[in-house]
Design a protein around this ligand. Structure first.
Ligand code: UDP
Length: 328
């Protein structure tokens, strides 16, 4: 396959690029480097600077490759803003970047006859679900602008697919963490907010401590429950998803998680067996649902995908990646 990875300098885009290349596929990365890092782009991938909110940046790459006689088979979209608290304070930036960015990209894909798209969505589309395990057919009632923007994107893709004969693979991520086994790439950003990297920074003395946001949720230990999936497993699901929609000329929407929930306190306890973790409790963070766990049966059945790496592997790889960053 020849794949355009939009946002391939970011965390999940760079890991997916690595897995695509390991699986023998050709990758071109388009990224505006707003949050991505040029060093995270696999050396075998070709890179173009571009912003998905500017249609000409995308069509330029699509047309050049088509004119060279090798058009893209699939485009993957990773170029999104994804921080829940930030989305609550800057909702318009989320609609602009996530929704308008995708709209522009879809227009370019349709114009240039690229008919297969893999799209990063999120468990945040489920909101604060009644049932403890989320299945793809469950109600989607987001409780923050991030989830709303991704749900709007999913719906846009479905309508565009129906009108323009597009195949899509929408993947709803649960909590993605960890780093590639090479430790060449990982989650490398200035302002980290996600639990596992923040926890590791506390362990490594980069920040004083981890604050656990809320211990009065309706869960066994009072802290929020999430489903953590290793970024390498997740990236491999993208390769399978792209191969599936291209090969079968069909669409799918699937959750990607581990199928198991861990509370924040359980994650801290698991990490504390490996490293020291200074932490204390703090008030709840706005926009956090108490419990999100994936049903991953659909991805297993349709893609034959099964996560291979557990919470310990996630914690160790993130720790080792962050330690390596300090040594650079
Ligand atoms: N969390 C926390 N302290 C932190 C960061 C996150 O207690 O410094 C909690 C957060 O409140 C949530 C869970 O960890 O219950 C996962 O949050 P994260 O930001 O990693 O991912 P999200 O589920 O919001 O996408």
């Amino acid at each position: 396959m020849k794949v355009l990875v939009v946002g391939g300098a970011g965390y999940i885009g760079s890991h997916t690029t690595y897995e695509l290349i390991r699986a023998g596929h050709e990758v071109v990365v388009l990224d505006n480097l707003a949050t991505g890092n040029i060093k995270s782009i696999h050396p075998s991938a070709r890179f173009f600077w571009g912003d998905i909110r500017r249609k000409s940046d995308i069509t330029r790459v699509l047309q050049a490759e088509a004119q060279a006689g090798k058009p893209f088979d699939v485009a993957m979209h990773f170029a999104a803003k994804l921080i829940v608290p930030e989305s609550l304070s800057q909702p318009l930036a989320y609609y602009e970047n996530n929704v308008e960015g995708l709209r522009t990209m879809l227009e370019a894909l349709v114009d240039c006859d690229v008919r297969n798209i893999v799209f990063s969505s999120t468990a945040a589309v489920y909101g604060a679900p009644e049932s403890s395990i989320c299945s793809e057919g469950d109600p989607t009632v987001p409780i923050n602008p991030y989830g709303e923007s991704k749900l709007a994107c999913e719906k846009m893709i479905e309508w565009v697919a129906a009108a323009h004969d597009l195949n899509y693979c929408i993947l709803r991520y649960f909590n993605v963490a960890g780093a590639d086994a090479s430790l060449e790439i990982g989650l490398d950003k200035d302002q980290l907010t996600h639990l596992i990297p923040v926890l590791m920074q506390a362990s490594l003395g980069i920040r004083e401590q981890l604050y656990i946001y809320g211990n009065d949720y309706d869960t066994p230990d009072g802290t929020c429950i999430r489903d953590y999936v290793h970024v390498t497993d997740l990236a491999q699901a993208h390769v399978l998803g792209a191969e599936y929609i291209l090969g079968k000329q069909a669409s799918l929407r699937a959750n990607l998680g581990s199928g198991t929930g861990f509370s924040v306190k359980e994650v801290v306890d698991a990490a504390a067996k490996l490293f020291e973790v200074p932490f204390s409790y703090a008030p709840r963070r706005a926009g956090d649902p108490p419990k999100l766990i994936a049903s991953i049966e659909h991805a297993q059945e349709v893609l034959g995908w099964k996560p291979q790496l557990d919470l310990r592997a996630i914690l160790e790889s993130d720790y080792n990646f962050r330690k390596k960053l300090l040594e650079r």
